[in-house]
Write a protein that binds this ligand. Sequence first.
Ligand code: AMP
Ligand code: MG
Length: 487
Amino acid sequence: MSVPTDSRVSFDSRFARELPEMAVAWQADDAPAPRLLALNGPVAAELGLDPGFLGSPEGLALLVGTSVPDGAAPVAQAYSGHQFGSFNPGLGDGRALLLGELTDVAGRLRDLHLKGSGRTPFARGGDGLAVIGPMLREYIVSEAMHALGVPTTRSLAVVATGREVRRETMLPGAVLARVASSHLRVGSFQYAAATGNQDLLTRLADHAISRHYPEAASAERPYLALFESVLSAQASLVAQWMLVGFLHGVMNTDNMTISGETIDYGPCAFMDVFDYATVYSSIDRGGRYAYANQPLIAEWNLARLAETLLPLIDEDQEQAVALAVGVLESFRPRYSADWLAGMKAKLGLPDGVEDEVASPLANDVLTLLQENHVDYTSFFRGLGSVVRGDARPARDKVLDVAAFDAWAERWLTLGPDADAMDRVNPLYIPRNHLVEEALEAATAGDLDPLTRLLDVVANPFEERPGLERYAAGAPDDFGQYTTYCGT
Ligand code: AMP
Ligand code: MG
């Protein structure tokens, strides 16, 4: 089906063309009564799409996938993945479609992808659908991550479909339109490797190099350089997650991108009280994806990526393994360096403070937060006040005041810069209780709390009057927070 749309919507289908073995041409389900719930003006502008058009009936049909512009060839992507450590060769987009690629106003190629658009050949037992709450949740959290400066897929729109979806109760269905620099995952490489088709694997690797790491093409060993680039991007990404207190929740290899963007916001959440062992996901009973494990899991996933690339790295497999292991061993020092640089910034430390001083200082403050059950985000923001002479916003949160004072004395001697700290320690994150409040209201038809929350988290560092409740930690009666997959 092809209908006239805004003349500027011009899709390519490069993924499907270059990697047809990993693309199944598919159509979205019908949406009986599409209704726009959220539209991202800045992302639309980046893509050169007119928000007025996107809100029109033709625009909504594009955003739910029921009308496909000329040139677009929507596909469900095939991929594999280690889910909680077990390999599943046959995953893929069970409820999603890649509409195609758009060239944005900066000349970058961006995927436009729909989630919740109906069953595909990869749906297995699933219904292929999504409901309003979780799609808006991805919208809120991904936009907050972007505003915090963390690489991420973006959300263009959430459209209610007018269809009821069976979950524990009947809930209103929705489709999320999301934008990514690509949807290539570690699981995509696992899929290509598992087919045993080296030509496919080579095409996939070349496609990834061309889209994300073009400089790797001229390296002595391009596929080793690809691996190193992904590893470096992921070390940096996970360091940033740790620094903002973000838990991805389901770091399966199919949810780890080649680009280094955060993807697939399912059971994710921002940590309230600091605790290394934090787990929110209902299905993560062993704590595999606990906060403190995220760097280790990233490294584990990268080892899985390396395995797929071995045949391309060197004909001599022993040599290929040695080269890949050499790169893999650089993950920990890279991650640690990225994390420590971020911690130095959060603590406002001037240039020249040695790592040997900064590292124990950072680790000790986290131990203090852990032992005293302190809210992570508001404590770090409060440290700016300590530098300005009012210790209360941080000190009052810590039960063991003597321990705080001893730590603060060590830290203040180094001459931290309060203004620099305020530029990196957010005041406003999507607090779990506020996200839940906004989603509940939106599901019941009231979009005001959602609109306000989106507005607040889009500008996380600048204090604004009247927003005190958005900066506060979870209320005591909020209790243990639980998040869910596949909703
Ligand atoms: P996720 O944990 O959300 O990354 O999803 C893992 C796999 O399950 C992917 O292959 C998804 O496409 C698939 N999936 C999740 N929810 C559904 C659903 N409701 N219907 C069909 N497939 C789904
Ligand atoms: Mg996924």
